[in-house]
Design a protein around this ligand. Sequence first.
Ligand code: ZN
Length: 133
Amino acid sequence: MFICPVCGYKYLQNIPRNCEVCNWNLELTEIHPEQLDWAIETWKNLGDLQGKRKRKRVTVADLLPKINAIESELTAAKIERENLRNQLDWVLYYIETINPEQVTETLSKMRIWLEDNHAENPPCLRWVWTIQD
Ligand SMILES: [Zn+2]
């Protein structure tokens, strides 16, 4: 029986050139003890890392905070969309109520007003609004 000096895998017969588990060169006869220690330590660390990765399975509990955050964003977006729709309805309603004749009349009143005042005092919006009504 031959035991891999790095990973400890036991070969009962047909020893390969490289370990089938850790790929260590099994034909090496003269190995510096520090090199072997490094290889053993590295193999151990690799095993620990793989173990940690396997244990870290994503569960519903892990995803719950993210799901809640997305749900909140969705609710906020829904409210915002509803507000925009209401505003759009209001704008559409306002556009429907505009009387083209009244607009023309208001513009002509403004023109007269501007000509009378030689555009020295431009009308304020409130004034335009009141003559429109
Ligand atoms: Zn090995």
